[in-house]
Design a protein around this ligand. Structure first.
Ligand code: CP3
Length: 341
């Protein structure tokens, strides 16, 4: 069976002899060929030049032959297209050009012309789809409204998310206005990706887990649900709300095809808490890829055995791969999953 078909069947919770596998942030700093390109081009140049973004997206596929490719881009292209640019801090982390402070700052955000501004993503996906054909699945992505709002309101990466949470508690109307705007921009952005033939889109709710269970739905879940509802008849949707498995009821209400799961929960237990037609993706601890092949193999087999007989499983890490991940460990991981029966 070709990888694309296998991936689609996993999203649809159909039985498979082994799960498809890909790795969050699979293109990037653990690959020498990525670091070589970074010597010549900035991150923004690589994202915004379709030929370069295509090349970077293909790098892990050529090396490891995993089942799915994820387009090389960033969740922060949405705030950027809405008028709030981003850059990288020297010591790591994100710095936004300015932070959202007032109602006027939020009123000024606009998704006018977003299709033109993000056309480079469409062009990259066109190259990808032509290259992959039916052989591999192609995944698009975006941030969740809450996760994007944290960067926008905090003015960059944050340790405590107090400014974003304060906006939620102090001025719900303004918070909702911001979330409406981001959600509408995201729906348009995902449609750009769908038009180029992505097999699934993933909503990265990387900071959903910093919300208390009593506010998770209002602050993050319902905005994800709005996006999923708009798109789910057009494309498969994967929600990855990191650190959120305690909010399983809210996650189910989003209506996504698959729910991501970090490494702090037993994946089979999580699968059993979801409806029959809602699968899971995850949950190997990324640090395992910094150890050695025997450990990678044992940990991957533990998850595979645990999930035996449960439909709706895409093998992945519990969060993005780290720069310190070793090539031989990635090779062992992909091989272990692809040879498993
Ligand atoms: O998965 C893939 O291979 C696709 C590429 C991808 C990138 N960012 C490329 C990237 C994806 C899916 C993302 C999503 C993303 N970006 C998220 C959600 C996923 C997650 O890990 O939770 C978030 C929170 C961001 C924002 C972001 N972009 C951060 C926090 C950073 C790291 C900044 C730092 O140096 O500390 C980035 C930069 C980034 N995005 C890199 C890559 C490969 C590293 C850039 C480099 O230095 O080469």
């Amino acid at each position: 069976m070709k990888s694309r078909e296998r991936f689609l069947k996993a999203c649809d919770c159909e039985p498979l002899d082994r799960p498809p596998v890909w790795v969050m942030r699979q293109a990037g700093r653990h690959l020498p060929e990525y670091l070589a390109l970074k010597e010549k081009y900035t991150f923004h140049q690589m994202v915004q030049t379709p030929e370069l973004a295509f090349e970077v997206t293909m790098q892990p596929i050529r090396r490891y032959r995993m089942d799915a490719a994820i387009v090389f881009s960033d969740i922060l292209v949405i705030p950027e297209a809405m008028g709030q640019p981003y850059e990288f801090r020297d010591k790591g982390g994100i710095q936004m050009g300015y932070r959202l402070d007032t109602a006027e700052d939020i009123a000024k955000l606009s998704s006018d012309g977003i299709e033109e501004k993000l056309d480079y993503v469409a062009q990259t996906l066109k190259l990808m789809r032509a290259e992959l054909g039916d052989d591999h699945a192609l995944i698009g992505f975006g941030g969740s409204p809450w996760t994007l709002a944290t960067y926008m309101v905090e003015g960059g990466s944050s340790k405590d998310y107090h400014r974003a949470k304060r906006l939620f508690f102090n001025d719900r109307e303004l918070f909702d206005t911001l979330m409406e705007k981001i959600s509408d921009a995201l729906i348009r952005y995902f449609r750009i990706q769908i038009a180029q033939g992505v097999d699934a889109v993933q909503v990265f709710d990387s900071w959903g887990g910093v919300l208390g269970p009593e506010i998770f739905w209002e602050a993050s879940g319902k905005w994800i649900a709005k996006i999923v509802n708009a798109l789910k008849d057009e494309v498969r949707v994967i929600v990855f709300s990191k650190g959120s498995h305690a909010n399983v009821e809210a996650l189910v209400r989003t209506g996504a095809h698959l729910q991501g799961c970090d490494w702090t929960k037993n994946l089979a237990d999580f699968r059993r808490e979801l409806p029959a037609n809602m699968g899971v993706q995850g949950n190997l601890d990324p640090v395992i890829l910094e150890t050695k092949p025997e450990i990678v193999r044992a940990e991957a087999l533990r998850i595979l055995e645990q999930m035996r007989g449960l439909n709706g499983h895409v093998f992945n890490l519990g969060h993005g791969i780290a720069p310190a991940a070793k090539i031989e460990n990635m090779e062992t991981l992909i091989q272990t999953v692809q040879e498993f029966r």
